[in-house]
Write a protein that binds this ligand. Structure first.
Ligand SMILES: *Cc1c(COP(=O)(O)O)cnc(C)c1O
Length: 453
């Protein structure tokens, strides 16, 4: 019988994360202090983030970073996650390609986000923090952090994008079940929230507004630190556990990927899967292709501009060199809430400039079509975010059908969609549509970006 699932034993789990910054030939440009416009030092981030996370963020020298024993112990609750060969999907597509996916949906929180939530909560606890706060879009990050905070004995306050809070009530129930306090953003509980509501009383929130509110809470509350679920380099660092496991599991399957694909919000599940393989392109001359799948309605990788921009709406964060649609970008209200962020992480942005990877943008209806086919073949309902990776995989598998190439394709199933069934309901009822964004809108939005480059 052909083997379908590949799992690592506990003693085979990776014990270090991989920091691709150390191996990059062209390092990412430095984040800038928004006031002085000087390159940021780790100390500048200490008031906001756990100090260890701040150091990891700017570390361009250590390729391997030990995973703390306490975090490894929690990883063992659900890791390794399975690497799965999608035989049924291959058959349905009639493709000669070998399709594998790394199944990050199998932990009880339902997405990859827990891999970094545990690490960030651990470092906060170690450094004497008592409270953590964050933003959440679709709700996966908030859920993961709520649980991780509980595990390490911290209080947790989450600002959830208002529209998501309304669309996905089960997410906030889940966060409250884990003990977090949840507030819709923009809210009247912060200066930033009040300003946003005063400007636009009907504002239904964005990751940008929720980040501003969470940072404000962290900087105005003693012993409270802010945490972020994507975009930043230390978050992606923690997610490399995915790719490091996958590398060993692909070995068990006797294959090596020709193409690696993941969906793209800020880049953490993409980098988490891709960077351990990309190191062999950089160091050993491998020729693997890396594809980041983003929504056509939020196309920063394919149509954004490489500029220094803020990570949030109010402009509280450092200036980051990244592909961006502008920090005031208000994305269409698509279902893949986790992919509606205006900017890409600094590492990925540099890698795109250097031609080591590229983005593709995918219309909403094609993503759900892919998610339905995957559900009906592999028996797992994917998160709307993950559907973008599946759609990109299907595009590649169809190309193989035309050319007859037996390519090995590996994609990340970043989460399951069982709490997003309203999205599937709307798709099945024919109520969803595609959203395009015009060049004029992108251009107008980029006018608010400080043009430093
Ligand atoms: C948050 C999320 C994403 C997008 O975030 P990245 O940092 O780009 O990975 C993708 N998939 C799922 C299931 C998510 O929860």
């Amino acid at each position: 019988m052909k083997q379908k699932r590949f799992i690592l034993q506990e003693n085979e789990l990776p014990t270090q994360w991989y920091n691709i910054q150390a191996d990059m030939v062209n390092k990412p440009l430095p984040p800038l202090n928004p006031g002085t416009r000087e390159p940021l030092k780790a100390e500048d981030l200490f008031p906001i983030f756990a100090e260890e996370c701040a150091r990891q963020e700017l570390d361009q020298t250590h390729a391997w970073i030990d995973i703390p024993e306490e975090v490894l112990e929690k990883y063992r609750f659900y890791r390794s996650t399975p690497l799965v060969r999608a035989y049924e999907l291959e058959k349905a597509l009639g493709t000669p390609a070998h399709i594998y996916f790394k199944n990050e949906s199998v932990n009880p929180l339902g997405s990859h986000k827990i891999n970094s939530a545990l690490a960030q909560a651990y470092y906060c606890k170690q450094e004497g923090t008592t409270n953590v706060t964050t933003e959440t879009g679709a709700g996966q990050w908030g859920t993961a952090l709520s649980y991780a905070a509980k595990v390490f004995g911290l209080e947790c306050a989450v600002y959830q994008v208002k529209i998501s809070l309304q669309q996905k009530p089960y997410r906030s129930i889940l966060m409250r079940t884990f003990g977090a306090a949840v507030t819709g953003s923009p809210s009247m509980s912060t200066r930033a929230g009040k300003d946003i509501i005063t400007r636009d009383p009907t504002h239904l929130g964005s990751l940008g507004t929720a980040i501003s509110e969470a940072i404000e809470l962290a900087t105005t509350t003693p012993h409270c630190k802010y945490t972020l679920g994507s975009v930043l380099s230390h978050v992606t660092l923690h997610q490399t556990i995915i790719g490091l496991e996958a590398e060993k599991q692909m070995q068990m399957a006797g294959e090596y990927p020709d193409t690696v694909i993941a969906c793209f919000g800020g880049g953490s599940n993409f980098g988490g899967l891709a960077f351990p393989f990309m190191r062999h392109n950089i160091l050993d001359g491998k020729q693997t292709e890396f594809i980041a799948a983003e929504p056509a309605s939020c196309p920063k990788l394919t149509r954004g501009e490489f500029q220094y921009d803020f990570g949030d709406e109010a402009g509280y964060t450092p200036l980051l060199p990244m592909y961006t649609l502008g920090h005031n970008f208000k994305p269409a209200n698509i279902h893949a809430g986790g992919l509606r962020y205006h900017g890409a992480g600094v590492i990925v942005s540099q890698l795109i400039k250097d031609g080591l990877m590229y983005g593709v943008d995918i219309p909403q209806l094609e993503t759900f079509e892919a998610g339905i086919l995957f559900s009906r073949t592999e028996g797992i309902v994917p998160a709307p975010e993950s559907c973008h990776a599946i759609a990109a995989t299907i595009r590649e598998a169809k190309k193989c059908k035309e050319t007859g190439e037996e390519k090995v394709i590996l994609f990340n199933l970043s989460g399951h969609g069982l709490i997003d069934m309203t999205a599937y309901d709307q798709y099945l009822n024919g109520d969803l549509r595609n959203y395009a964004i015009s060049d004029e809108d992108i251009k107008a939005n980029l006018e608010d970006v400080p043009h430093i480059i």
